[in-house]
Design a protein around this ligand. Structure first.
Ligand code: SF4
Ligand code: SF4
Ligand code: SF4
Ligand code: SF4
Ligand code: FES
Length: 324
């Protein structure tokens, strides 16, 4: 009988031993061990895509570099993600990605100090400030730039000048911020089964297209909002979460609409619900919710809503004429 292979394997990542399961990718093993390998197209649960090339690592005994998001772990594997040559390769990949990306939020020395939508005090030609991206300060691309300390930009291509899609009250698409990670394509296809997005055209004409070139409102989108959750940049945003939209409290709760019982976080500001997000820690729904859970919270503040339970007050029995 063939010897059964152990289901756990031990690898090292930058010299740190990591125990993981056979069948995991290097990126999954690193994530579970709390080690960060830069990545932009990978998302837990989605088919690996290997489109961004951000997760390049060196594996001892192999030539060149491999993408950590597609490389399965092997017992004894030694992975290097933090050497200077690997970091330099990751920076090169990032620079190419940024060649047609709005970059003022990345290279302005004041970008961490300016409040969102505040006036620019550095450039007198800029009246409403350069950082208008709705994802500013929550952006995964910014996080990778900061992590890799990328402070140069050698490549500049033409900037995209695409129209925003504001055809519906729930989501806003601004594909000028898209980095073609295809997370939206995969989550809508693999998780929601709606296949609204596709990756179309090539090279500098590449574009995420809705349906066959329609608006989101005209497509078969069900407005579950999951594409906005996975989008690393400001390309797909929930409209109720676009800055300036302050939140002073987030409360875990359960959606009140149907028996699925999706767990949500309700974000409030000054006592009013301003947005809702699925509570990913809950096994009932994970990162998913439907349009009602994600966007249908305004009934909380409807003036006709009962704010206290109705109590039935016992009444004296009616006296019926002719009944003894
Ligand atoms: S998507 Fe991120 S990196 Fe790009 S402009 Fe917006 S905040 Fe900046
Ligand atoms: S909101 Fe949901 S259904 Fe609509 S495009 Fe995004 S993931 Fe697909
Ligand atoms: S829209 Fe967002 S999720 Fe979709 S490919 Fe572009 S950056 Fe990625
Ligand atoms: S989010 Fe949608 S599916 Fe989930 S409990 Fe609410 S209504 Fe039901
Ligand atoms: S995360 Fe591995 S190639 Fe994008």
């Amino acid at each position: 009988m063939a010897e059964q292979r152990a289901s756990t394997v031990t690898i090292t990542i930058d010299g740190k031993p990591v125990q993981t399961r056979r069948g995991q990718t290097v990126l999954q093993a690193a994530r579970e061990a709390g080690l960060y390998i830069p990545h932009l197209c990978d998302w837990p649960g989605l088919t690996p895509f290997a489109g961004c090339r951000m997760c390049l690592v060196k594996i001892e005994g192999r030539r060149g570099m491999d993408t950590a998001c597609t490389m399965p772990v092997r017992d004894g594997m030694a992975i290097i993600s933090a050497s200077e040559d690997v970091r330099e390769m990751q920076r090169n990949v990032l620079e190419v990605m940024l060649a047609d990306h709005p970059d003022r939020c990345l290279n302005c020395p004041r970008y961490q100090r300016c409040p969102s939508f505040g006036p620019c005090i550095r450039d007198d030609v800029v009246t409403i400030r350069c950082i208008l991206c709705p994802k500013h300060n929550q952006c995964e691309l910014q996080r990778v730039v900061d992590f890799l300390e990328l402070r140069r930009q050698r490549f500049y291509g033409p900037r995209r000048t695409l129209y925003l899609d504001r055809s519906n009250p729930f989501l806003e698409l601004d594909m000028n911020y898209c980095i073609f990670c295809a997370r939206c394509v995969r989550v809508c296809d693999e998780v929601r089964g709606r296949s609204v997005f596709s990756l179309s055209y090539r090279a500098d004409q590449a574009l995420i297209v809705v349906g066959d070139g329609v608006t989101l409102a005209e497509s078969n989108c069900e407005f579950c909002g999951q594409c906005a959750q996975v989008c690393p940049t400001g390309a797909i945003m929930k409209r109720d979460s676009i800055a300036p939209n302050p939140v002073d409290r987030s409360t875990p709760t359960v959606c009140a609409y149907c028996a699925t019982g999706c767990a949500l976080h309700l974000n409030t500001y000054a006592g009013r619900v301003v947005s809702a997000f699925p509570n990913a820690d809950n096994p009932a729904n994970g990162e998913a919710a439907c349009v009602k859970g994600q966007f249908g919270y305004d009934y909380c503040h409807h003036p006709d809503r009962l704010a206290a339970p109705l109590v039935r007050v016992p009444q004296p029995a009616p006296v019926l004429a002719g009944v003894a």
